[in-house]
Design a protein around this ligand. Structure first.
Ligand SMILES: Nc1ncnc2c1ncn2[C@@H]1O[C@H](COP(=O)(O)OP(=O)(O)OP(=O)(O)O)[C@@H](O)[C@H]1O
Ligand SMILES: CC(=O)C(=O)O
Length: 719
């Protein structure tokens, strides 16, 4: 049976969660604790308080566009503590209450940040600094670098994770072959077999069409002639190789070829057997390995090439969390990849990159088959008319959200910051729009891979996302509202937990071994933080991508109450909940821990500050040994005025009353019978005896939400 347990007096029917005042948070900012803050503490000595920050004037134009070659990271690219202070002060003036519950700037933000790691950031120092600046996911683009360099980054991220107490970085491989793969071989018989089954044979090109390597950048001017050839190894001032043998067949005279995501363009004038002669329309600087798209056409390439399978195998070996798969044209590709991963027993989630005209046609089925999608605006804007991109972005986010899938908005978000220390206003608006549209994550590409100001870029993204989130009202209905009750019980509980935590202004605490329930909760976008406790490191890492989820690793004890108390103690220790603060504790999901398959729970508990005294804001329904709290029996959820219950103090104030005394409490609740647990097996890790079950007898409990006049039961049902 479903149960919701909560009694508390509600001062404000809707209030936004907030832990501590901005003043407190300002104080916290002054106390360095992490690596970055230690670094900053040193720097702070040299920082005089800047009252009025002057911004350098930015002039952006196509000419000022980033050079894709590596730019030396600027010494100015240090986190701006002063800026953080000013930001928080400004927030205080604007609206203190609308800031979320997290006390640390990097975790309080809900929208996650994906950073592409490249030459500017692939060192230990930079990975650490990026993580402390706000990176949540490290992306490796398999079009660049080699396995050895990517392995080094993966190991560094894992090293960071191993030593970090309150911050965890997920790892994403962007799999797409673009290089000539003749030097690569498929060592793995399994992969060879898969390639064979998929009809992928000795294809030397990947789903991305790219120009080849150049000894140095070439300047192209409008009107000049330029040739692409399928002959390999060509890189002169007027001709360069293409990595795709069918390039000559796929393009036609008068086609427009977009180079580097449309930064340059050329018109096809004539073709020979192995070359395509073009006239430059928009010139610029051509660097090595630039994207080539033909306006309005998708290349007839397989979505997963042999090189990709090699990269996928590399990801399996290195236990990455996500694959971002390029140019997915249909759901079959996703099914094939997922089957392969199942065969390897690899728990890696698949994010489909929506970047071609073909993928748009199959959007629904592709996203349904996947674990999430990336709005890959670079190629999308080259394959389709550029004005379609914002509309498609909105639509893809909407579809993902309605399906409960993760969604990432990528490319050009802070492009000018590759070379400039501050963003353009348009870029800031772009981030704000993605946040408002409800993206789980926003992505930095060249800004962090080869830019001059990777840390500043993360900082800008963090600050803009945070400010935008603070302006959102919260409590917004999920897009599939109305469907919710027809679906699985867990979904119903995710929905109600969200509504309850929004109403009471609490964060949500959830315990998960698969991540399922945390992802479901994230889908409903509660205004408070979702603290997702898991005893699986892989799950903790994966959850870093999801909006509003703060994943915490913890060993679970066999006793549920003890684990809850431990979790709250941990949150308190890390400054994430305060003494006296309430949290909504959700027990639901596909794989039960400490509960029966059919028993779902939401409780509102108060953290009293004493690890043995987690006070449930509910009557005592059974004894609770050792931890001084209460064990709750199954209840029906009733929404109504319920003044007696709501105003009622918990029958046992566990914060003050020793556990022994609770045992003696004569709570009338205990006299009522509960029937849904008989004959049900126990599953999950909670192998211990459910203390209190025997005697727990529970009456319906009323919960007032928003001061309804009449008692109204909204949900009483067994699963
Ligand atoms: N591992 C790497 N090694 C060397 N350079 C890299 C690496 N990763 C990224 N870069 C550089 O940073 C640039 C931006 O990275 P990004 O991931 O956006 O790649 P891209 O090729 O521009 O586009 P796409 O994301 O569509 O593949 C690249 O073009 C490349 O110059
Ligand atoms: C991210 C990416 O691949 C694109 O925008 O095209």
């Amino acid at each position: 049976m479903a149960q919701v347990v909560a009694t508390r007096s509600i001062q404000n029917s809707v209030r936004c969660p907030s832990t501590g005042s901005v003043q407190d948070r300002l104080e916290k900012l002054k106390k360095p604790s992490t690596f970055a803050s230690k670094v900053l503490a040193r720097d702070e000595k040299n920082i005089s308080r800047v009252v009025c920050r002057s911004f350098p004037r930015i002039v952006t134009s196509r000419a000022a566009r980033a050079d894709p070659e590596v730019l030396p990271v600027s010494p100015e690219d240090v986190p701006n503590r002063e800026g953080q202070f000013q930001h928080l002060e400004a927030q205080q003036l604007l609206d203190v209450a609308s800031v979320g519950v997290w006390s640390k700037p990097i975790v309080r933000r809900k929208t996650k940040i994906v950073c592409t790691i490249g030459p500017s950031t692939n060192t230990r120092e930079m990975i650490w600094k990026l993580a402390e600046a706000g990176m949540n996911v490290a992306r490796m683009n398999m079009s660049h670098g080699d396995h050895a360099s990517h392995k080094k980054v993966i190991d560094l991220v894992k090293e960071y994770n191993a030593q970090s107490k309150d911050n965890i970085i997920a790892i994403m491989l962007d799999t797409k072959a673009s290089k000539n793969i003749s030097s690569l071989c498929c060592e793995d018989a399994n992969i060879e077999l898969i390639c064979h089954c998929l009809g992928i044979v000795e294809n030397e090109s990947g789903p991305e069409v790219r120009s080849g390597d150049l000894p140095q950048p070439i300047t192209l001017t409008a009107g000049q002639e330029f040739t692409f050839t399928i002959r390999s190894g060509v890189g002169t001032a007027d001709c360069v190789s293409v990595n795709y043998d069918d390039f000559v067949n796929d393009v036609a005279v008068d086609d427009i070829i977009l180079v580097d995501g449309g930064m340059m363009s050329m018109m096809v004038k004539s073709k020979t057997e192995d070359s395509v002669k073009c006239e430059v329309v928009d010139g610029g600087e051509l660097n090595s390995r630039r994207h080539l798209n033909v306006r309005g056409k998708s290349a007839t390439l397989p979505s997963i090439t042999e090189k990709d399978w090699d990269d996928i195998k590399f990801g399996v070996e290195n236990e990455v969390d996500f694959y971002a798969v390029s140019f997915v044209k249909d759901a079959d590709v996703v099914h094939q990849l997922k089957n392969y991963l199942r065969g390897c027993n690899a728990d890696i989630h698949v994010i489909v990159k929506i970047e071609s005209a073909d993928s748009i046609a199959n959007l629904h089925s592709i996203i349904t088959a996947s674990d999430g999608a990336m709005v890959a605006r670079g190629d999308l804007g080259a394959e389709l008319p550029i004005e379609e991109v914002p509309l498609l972005q909105e639509e893809i986010i909407r579809i993902c959200r309605s399906m409960g899938k993760a969604v990432i908005v990528a490319t050009n978000m802070l492009e000018s910051m590759i070379v400039h220390p501050t963003p353009t206003r348009a870029e800031v608006s772009d981030i704000a729009i993605a946040v408002r549209e409800g993206a789980d994550a926003i992505m930095l590409s060249g800004e962090t891979a080869h830019g001059k100001f990777p840390l500043k870029a993360v900082n800008v993204m963090h600050t803009v996302a945070l400010r935008t989130e603070a302006s959102l009202s919260g409590g917004e209905m999920p897009p599939n509202f109305g469907q919710v009750f027809k679906n699985h019980m867990s979904e119903m509980f995710a929905y109600h937990a969200t509504m309850m935590s929004n109403t009471l202004g609490t964060s949500i605490v959830v315990f998960t071994q698969t991540g399922f329930m945390s992802i479901l909760l994230s889908h409903y976008r509660p205004s408070g933080t979702i603290f997702a406790f898991t005893n699986e490191k892989r799950i903790q890492q994966r959850l870093s991508l999801y909006q509003g989820v703060c994943p915490v690793y913890m060993q679970f004890s066999e006793d549920a109450e003890e684990t809850f108390a431990d979790a709250l103690t941990l949150l308190k220790k890390q400054g994430m909940v305060k003494e006296g603060e309430e949290v909504a504790l959700v027990q639901s999901g596909r794989q039960p821990i400490w509960r029966f398959q059919s028993t779902h729970n939401i409780q509102v508990v108060v953290f009293t500050g004493d690890p043995v005294n987690v006070r449930h804001h509910a009557p005592s329904f059974g004894k609770r040994e050792g931890t001084g709290g209460v064990k709750l029996g199954p209840l029906r959820l009733t929404v109504g005025r319920g003044s007696e219950e709501i105003g009622r103090k918990p029958s046992v104030d566990a914060g003050k009353t020793p556990a022994k005394k609770q045992k003696q409490t004569k709570n009338p609740a205990n006299r009522c019978s509960h029937s849904n647990q008989e004959g049900r097996g126990r599953r999950g890790k909670g192998k211990g005896k459910r203390r209190g079950d025997e005697g727990a007898r529970t009456p319906p409990l009323r919960l007032t939400v928003g001061g309804l006049e009449e008692a109204e039961r909204i949900w009483v049902e067994r699963e």
